[in-house]
Design a protein around this ligand. Sequence first.
Ligand code: DNO
Length: 389
Amino acid sequence: MKKLEQNMRWYGPDDAVSLMDIRQSGASGVVTSLHHLPNGAIWSLEEIRKRKGIIEMANLTWSVVESVNIHEDIKRRSGRFQEYIDNYIQTLRNLAMSGIKTVCYNFMPVVDWTRTDLEFSLPNGAKALRFDKTDFAVFDLFILKRQSNEYSDVEIEKAGRRFKLMTQKEQDRLTGFVVAGLPGATTEGSKSLEAFKTVLESYNEIDEQLLKENLNLFLKDVIPVAEEVTLNMTIHPDDPPIPLLGLPRVVSTAKNIDDILTGVDSPSNGLCFCTGSFGARSDNDLPAMAAQFSKRINFIHLRSVNVEEDGSFYEDNHLEGSVDMYAVMNVLVKEQQKRNTPIPMRPDHGHKLLDDLTKETNPGYSAIGRLKGLAELRGLELGILKSRF
Ligand code: DNO
């Protein structure tokens, strides 16, 4: 009976959730990144080993790097992109030399993840992350004031009405929530809305087709090295998996994933199967996607979303909402039985519950909420294993 490898994300020594907290969750490893290094820099052996040492001192393993972020120049294939690709490759070599086998990354231009509310109150008093389509249009059209032809008249009118009712404080709150998902942009120095707009404009000439090509060219450079040093690269889907802010999206659907995995056909070119991200699109059939790509799923994020009619969603309990977690887990457990090494998983996000509510944590990465998620997921896995294998 082979089990998935249980991990928790850890943001490094400054994370309010400590390694000892993570140990108490029952996870055997952590998923982390060298967040203090700017995008595009080489991760030295020394920096990697220092971090690894801290994790191992707590009797945990550094199971996955999430993420080695991709510099915007690589996504645009502009400026110093070749140098950044060379740096990326060196980072991968250094990680492999330090015994790390799995790296997660995404190919979302500018924004990493996007929500409009990081403190959405649930009926039981817990707090969750939410993406509200109208609020997002308010931010885009009336706060950022971006020129856009992507909204229907009805959407514009609805957003306009909501904007008019908003106080300045509410507008600032919304802006704060949306820009919280800009880790790439902040490390590259774009914190203000004006600077944000400038980065968005740098994608004016880049459509979906071009972004796909740029991803493919990046993979053509990087995957052979990953293969040589036996490292799994796992691409994380777009979150949410729809075009936003006029930016193209290329990692949102089964077709996108198929193009990526067949475009550079190597076992090292794998997928981070994130149920919460894919699940925000009602036309993504998650169990079918898990089955279709099972061989190339080398990292798993498990979380659910409750999707509303207009595409707005909030993050639900891990086993409830729009994601059929039982069906997805069935596929993953089955795949795990065919493998010699455990597939790393982590509960993705969690509500703010109990003492989480008074603690300053990274959005989605509360201790108790994630612990609840992990406990439920591990129970689901065990139930499936015991009844079927
Ligand atoms: C948010 C995360 C993302 C993810 C990156 C992967 O909670 O799922 O920040 O780590 O997009 O590169």
